[in-house]
Ligand binder design. Structure first.
Ligand code: ATP
Length: 316
């Protein structure tokens, strides 16, 4: 059986009468990426703060084990085993990148020479050598995030929590961050990340949990999640109203838009279903100006699951 790096049972947290986490279960195998996905205010940061020992869960929460350590009895062992970066990062803007790194090395009680060597290696690895002696307040968003991760790695953690690691980054910096995360996982590190970006979860995560209204509305691989929503279709666009009319007569199950002269036909995008549709069009001598195939993506899943109060579905 695979060892779990993170195991949480019945995680609960309320603020006054607002229930933020209503008993959620998480199981993250070692060396994998787990994405906690949810709209603003869903409780993602709260979950990360609890799992990284920054705040305590409510009574009634079940067992939580991080890296095999019990959160209730040995939080200090957990702190030694994990790294946390994100919205509550430890980066100090007033001092330089190198100084931030050395501060971290001190916190981990590394001997001075080793601390300097580790800091230099990590600054190099994250492409921060040129900026190393400049105050962090002059860094771009992407550079700050890279420094944040570099600081986290000083202690060589095997489990890393990344709270919205790419929020606000431009596409290039986002891709750099994804490459960094993939490298960490290739080294055997376990990553739990929160994100509002479906594309990010799709790109990186082995397992995705969608958090909504304090509960996990669905979880599974990106592929499993995509299968739980309908939404695959072929879209045909016409410029000739007569051809459009012939198509609507030929395809009675299509959703039509008379203004845009488009039809949407349910279709799973498989070779078989596509061929059947194309044969129908050929037989009726219909030629669309544009044909596009839309397979459900995580956007469809996200909107389907987070738009109602009661949706609850689990894919295993
Ligand atoms: N210390 C606190 N006191 C009271 N309410 C809080 C506190 N911390 C969080 N909350 C509330 O808990 C809910 C969940 O917040 P949380 O920051 O975990 O959400 P999130 O999913 O991370 O959202 P975002 O994507 O906006 O960061 C919000 O409604 C928030 O207002």
């Amino acid at each position: 059986m695979t060892n779990l790096a993170i195991a949480a049972n019945g995680l609960r947290k309320s603020y006054d009468d607002k229930v933020v986490l209503d008993g959620i279960d998480l199981a993250v195998p070692e060396g994998t990426v787990f994405a906690l996905l949810g709209p603003n205010g869903a409780g993602k940061t709260t979950a990360v703060k609890i799992l990284s020992t920054l705040i305590t869960p409510d009574p009634g929460t079940g067992d939580i084990r991080i890296g095999g350590h019990d959160l209730a009895t040995t939080p200090q062992s957990i702190r030694a085993a994990i790294g946390v970066t994100g919205q509550f990062s430890a980066v100090d803007g007033l001092i330089t990148g190198t100084e931030n790194m050395l501060l971290m090395a001190d916190l981990h009680h590394l001997p001075r020479a080793e601390g300097r060597r580790t800091a230099a290696e990590l600054l190099e690895r994250f492409d921060l050598v040129e900026a190393a002696n400049k105050p962090v307040s002059s860094y771009s968003g992407g550079m700050k995030r890279r420094l944040d991760i570099a600081m986290t790695l000083v202690g060589n953690p095997r489990i890393i929590f990344l709270d919205e690691p790419t929020t606000g980054l431009d596409p290039r910096s986002r891709h750099t961050m994804w490459a960094i995360i993939r490298e960490l996982v290739a080294d055997g590190v376990t990553v739990l990340l929160t994100t509002q970006y479906l594309e990010e979860a799709d790109e990186l995560a082995d397992h995705i949990a969608v958090l909504n209204n304090g509960r996990i509305a669905a979880q599974g691989t990106a592929e499993q999640l995509k299968r739980i929503v309908p939404g695959g279709h072929v879209r045909l666009r016409f410029t000739d109203p007569a051809a459009y009319q012939r198509a609507t007569d030929t395809l009675p199950h299509a959703t039509t838009d008379d203004q845009a002269l488009t039809l949407q036909i349910p279709n799973d995008g498989s070779q078989h279903q596509l061929r059947t549709l194309l044969d129908q069009l050929d037989t009726a001598d219909i030629h669309a100006d544009e044909l596009t195939v839309h397979t459900p993506d995580l956007d469809d899943v996200f909107f389907a699951l987070t738009s109602t109060d009661t949706s609850k579905e689990t894919v295993r």
